[in-house]
Design a protein around this ligand. Structure first.
Ligand code: NAD
Length: 302
């Protein structure tokens, strides 16, 4: 079977470890030239080291592949530009970017500092923007390209990671906007919500109902980057173990109307029987767990 990404030039952020490394190795194995972009930081974003990106480049080259390291942070416009420009300078194009870089600063909302908020939003959301921004300008003139963002099931809400959840929700909206704005230029944009055993998932407090290996996530990314997936855009796919699932597209479910303007009293009278309230699945799970644990259930305060 022909290689899925033969001769394509692909930049992958966060490619030095975890899921990013697995995606980088898979892309190279499918014939892509790979920019291994990784700042080489700890799980909370500290102590950068270029050795992390260099290590994955060495692995790819040892396996007969083609790769170059960029040890910049994705949080600056210069960093995003350099990651994309490195591919263009070396291989003459940027066919795909995959924004996987991420950090965690876990804290309950009422205790979260400005620094904890900013650091997480900067790496995930701005770090996807800086790379999408630089890549989309080139892809627009090429008339082709694939943007892949990394969100999380936590975009639908998280008890103790409001910063992370908000950043991942922002990535969903950014991907959707990129899909709409770049459709006419032949550029696709999609998001992956992965689950895999990495140092990051080892830090999540609750047990994950589903889990798998970083290598299980990579084939879906390879497919989305390939010419076989040109018809797919604006989607969010879960990838975990042997499961791939698509998320729904947000849309209004029910409406109620009045002539003129609603009053609060009229809303109180009619809302429940018409528009109603949608169950929040995560909240229902929390309620069930609290009920099962009874009054002894500790209130999280971290
Ligand atoms: N592992 C999971 O179960 C899971 C679940 C949901 C979402 N995700 C998402 O998948 C992605 C990968 O997660 P992972 O578990 O492989 O994490 P990981 O911690 O193993 O890897 C993250 C990589 O990003 C790099 N990075 C961090 N900040 C950077 C920056 N400013 N610039 C460039 N690189 C930077 C790190 O050096 C690291 O190599 C993340 O976006 C994460 O939020 C993971």
């Amino acid at each position: 079977m022909a290689s899925y990404l033969q001769g394509k030039s692909i930049a992958i952020t966060g490619a030095g470890g975890g899921i990013g490394r697995a995606v980088a190795l898979a892309c190279a194995a499918e014939g892509a030239n790979v920019v291994v972009a990784d700042y080489g930081v700890s799980i909370d974003g500290r102590d950068p080291s270029s050795a992390v990106a260099d290590g994955v480049v060495a692995e790819i080259v040892a396996a007969g592949g083609s790769a170059v390291a960029v040890a910049d942070t994705v949080t600056t416009m210069d960093g995003g530009q350099r990651i994309v420009q490195t591919a263009v300078d070396r291989w003459g194009a940027i066919d795909g970017v995959v924004c996987i870089a991420g950090i965690l600063r876990e804290r309950m909302l009422f205790n979260m500092t400005e620094e904890e908020w900013d650091a997480v939003v900067e790496v995930h959301l701005k770090g996807t923007f800086t790379v999408f921004r630089a890549a989309s300008a080139v892809m627009r003139t090429q008339g082709s390209g694939s943007l892949v963002g990394f969100t999380s099931g936590a975009f639908a809400g998280s008890t103790s990671q409001a910063n992370y959840s908000a950043a991942k929700g922002g990535i969903v909206s950014l991907v959707r906007s990129a899909a709409l704005g770049l459709h006419r230029y032949g550029v696709t944009a999609n998001a992956i919500a992965p689950i895999a055993r990495t140092r990051m998932s080892a830090n999540v407090p609750q047990d994950l109902a589903e889990n798998g290996e970083p290598e299980d996530v990579a084939p879906m990314v390879v497919y989305l980057l390939s010419d076989r997936a040109r018809h797919i855009t604006g989607q969010i796919y879960t990838a975990v173990g042997g499961k791939i699932a698509v998320w729904n597209q947000p849309r209004e479910l029910r409406a109620m109307y009045t002539h003129g303007r609603w009053t609060p009293e009229e809303i109180e009278t009619h809302l429940g029987a018409t528009v109603g309230v949608e169950e929040m699945p995560f909240l229902a799970d929390i309620e069930r767990r609290r009920a099962a644990a009874g009054a002894a259930n500790p209130v999280p305060s971290a």
